[in-house]
Each structure stands twice: as C-alpha cells, then as structure tokens.
Design a protein around this ligand. Sequence first.
Ligand code: PEP
Length: 255
Amino acid sequence: MKGKRIPIIAANWKMYKTISEMEEFLSQFLPLISDIEDRKVVIAPNFLCLERMVSISKGKNLITCAQNMYFEEEGAFTGEISPRMLKAIGVSWVILGHSERRHIFGEDDELIGKKVSSAVSHGMFPILCIGETLEERERGETGKVLKKQLKTGLSRLGAEGLKNVTIAYEPVWAIGTGKTASLSQIQEAHSLVREEIKKLGGEDIAEKIRILYGGSVKPDNVKGIMELEDVDGALVGGASLGVDSFIKIVKFDEN
Ligand code: PEP
C-alpha cells in the first residue's frame, strides 16, 4: 500500500479517561490487535496514563504517544512536561500543534516549530498537526495557511530530521464536529502537503513521510479516506474512545 509507507492509525484521547479506564480499554483492545503487523497503532492518552500504558503495552503492537510537550529539557516552566521526561518513561512519540493547543491554549507556529525541533533532537517522533479554520477555507486561504504552518513548524529541521516527522492534516472545522472533509478536499490538501515537503526536504523524504487525516474519522468513513493516494493514516479523536469503534477504524480494510 502506498509504496513503502506503512499506515498509522492514531488515537488522540484528549482529556478523557482515568488510569483505570485506560487499563480497562487496553485489556479489551490489545488482544484485538495482537495479529496486526502491516500498520502502526498509536494511542495518545493524557500524561498521567503514559507510564502505565508503556508498561502494559510492552512487547505489544501499540505505540504510546504524548499529546504535547514543552521544548526545554527542564527549568522553571510550571505545568509543563519535557522531552527528557517523556523519554525517561519510554515515550518517543508526541502530538504537537494540535488545533486545540493552537486555538484554546494560544500556541503559535513559532512555538510549535521549537517543540518539533526539540522532539527530533531528542530522537522523538513528532506528529505535527496542521489545518485551516472554516473562515480561512471560505476565504480561499487553505493552501496559504497549510504552507505557513508547515514552513514554520518544520523550519528548524534539516532533511535528516524530517525523516522522524509525521504530518496530520486536520481541518479545524472538522474536528469533533461530525463534519468530515470531502474526499476531494482531503486528497487536495494532502497532495499540497506532500508537494511542500518535497520543497523542504526533497523527493525522497516527500515519498516517505506519512500524512494522516484527522477530523471526525469514524468506522463508516475511514475506508474511503484511507484509499486516497496521499493519505497514510488517521488521527482519531472521539471515535477512538470506544474499543468497538476504534478497532473498526484500525481494521479499516476489513469493514
Ligand atoms: C482530533 O482530536 O485530532 C480529532 C480529529 O478529533 P475527532 O476525530 O473527534 O474529530
């Protein structure tokens, strides 16, 4: 599928689930993915769940991912978590620049770029989220916005660093709203992202980088989305919270 790009199905649990609710989920979910080898399954729970999730999923086909981090290693940054702290508990994947971080917590492209660069320099694998608002789309600015978010978000990386990065295209108006972008809107945005990556890092990196789609992905729309040429996976919020719906998304080709 899609050359050598192995698909990634990633769950963003946002601020849901206690540690025991996470354990209950994994006790049902892990046996269901034990035979999967041809895709990566990622779950990003809240910070409190990370260490326990790493230990429960040891040797299993599940990658534990953080939802955010600060770019410094340590210091007077109350309330923040550093790449060093994540690495120390065995977490190497991190979502950065999610639209809720941008729009609720005021993160801008500069800050996100520093986080992406810090993650890569600590040997981590950031999932950089980008996406336009409804107003930006209606003004015809989708391409301009995505290019800026990519350029600034990745500006501190060389071609080598880009190899660690996954991009998630998540139109803000489709996140948690039940509105999915149309297949043509998704493919158009993903192909633009791949073109931009080609300009930033060259053809080889652009062919290898994975671009996930996020925004109201559900069991009944995932298959069509995953068939698009430049879609290499999904970042799933609401529909990842239940075992039944998330496993159907993970096994999108069996639906
Ligand atoms: C997300 O949180 O990244 C997301 C895409 O949420 P949802 O699937 O609920 O739209």
